[in-house]
Write a protein that binds this ligand. Structure first.
Ligand code: NAD
Length: 249
């Protein structure tokens, strides 16, 4: 498909996991990639990898999506450099594994600032351009956006907040030509759990529920790529019985 050929695709948290798989998938489709992440070395090594293996020249920006001023500055530069944005994927996200009682306020806030306000900042900065180009905005939620995962109070809250925002945006932008897509993957093999802000070993995982195959980052990226071509509004990649999570309470 040539849908994304030469289109400007901005991916946050693009250096690892699902974001990195998305970068590669859209690069293969001929998109002009713009990658935001926290760390200059990781961005430089990804850019080098794309040059060596896919002959693709990506733009990279060091950007903490929680930092509203930095996001505004970066999106100004992206629009100046590329003339606009066709697709924004709000992928950057962090988690924790700790009871609410044992989680500091600073961690609870940081997760909301990255997962929820990160998407707010980037979407607000990209929206005028997305409207001009009749583009798309995608956000990585999770099955946790429907059914809370135990010991992830802040993570669950941030994903529920994203559902509130994106379900509203979808209706508000109905006549604008901009597609709004929520993506809700189940368990995916990435480093997100290793990167958890609080990984409290004393907190065990919830009792196991029927679980299908663990997704790979490539599985999720392929599904998002195909969903974007079809301009889908909701993508649920369920490998756990998330309804049972609610009923088990
Ligand atoms: P990951 O930890 O493997 O990668 C996250 C990337 O985002 C890293 O490159 C990291 O540096 C970057 N990042 C983190 N904070 C950032 C910030 N403040 N600003 C800019 N970049 C930042 O995570 P992943 O598993 O690939 O998760 C990606 C998204 O998918 C997240 O929103 C996550 O909630 C969601 N998700 C993951 C799973 C899963 O099981 N892995 C399931 C459902 C949803």
């Amino acid at each position: 498909s040539h849908v994304f050929d030469r289109k400007v695709v901005v991916i946050t948290g693009g250096c690892a996991g699902i974001g990195r798989a998305l970068v590669k998938r859209f690069a293969q489709a001929g998109a002009k990639l713009v990658i935001l992440d926290l760390n200059q070395e990781a961005l430089a090594s990804l850019a080098q990898h794309l040059r060596d293996h896919l002959n693709v020249e990506a733009s990279t920006y060091v950007c903490d999506v929680a930092d509203a001023e930095r996001v505004a500055e970066v999106f100004g530069q992206i629009i100046q450099q590329h003339g606009g944005i066709d697709l924004l994927v709000n992928n950057a996200g962090i988690t924790h594994r700790s009871t609410f009682a044992q989680t500091s306020l600073s961690v609870l806030k940081r997760i909301m600032h990255v997962n929820y306000f990160g998407a707010v900042h980037c979407t607000q900065a990209a929206l005028p351009s997305l409207i001009t180009r009749q583009g798309q905005v995608i956000v990585l939620s999770s099955l946790s956006g429907f059914a809370p995962l135990l010991y992830r109070s802040a993570y669950n809250a941030s994903k529920h907040a994203l559902h509130g925002l994106f379900d509203t945006l979808r209706v508000e932008l109905k006549d604008s030509g901009v597609n709004v897509m929520l993506v809700c993957p189940g368990f995916t093999a990435t480093d997100i759990r290793k990167n958890a802000l609080v990984g409290d070993g004393s907190v065990t995982n919830q009792p196991p529920l029927a679980m299908g195959k663990v997704l790979s980052a490539q599985d999720v990226a392929e599904a998002i790529y195909n969903g974007a071509i079809k301009r889908k509004r909701l993508l649920v990649l369920s490998n756990v019985d998330w309804r049972a999570r609610i009923l088990a309470r």
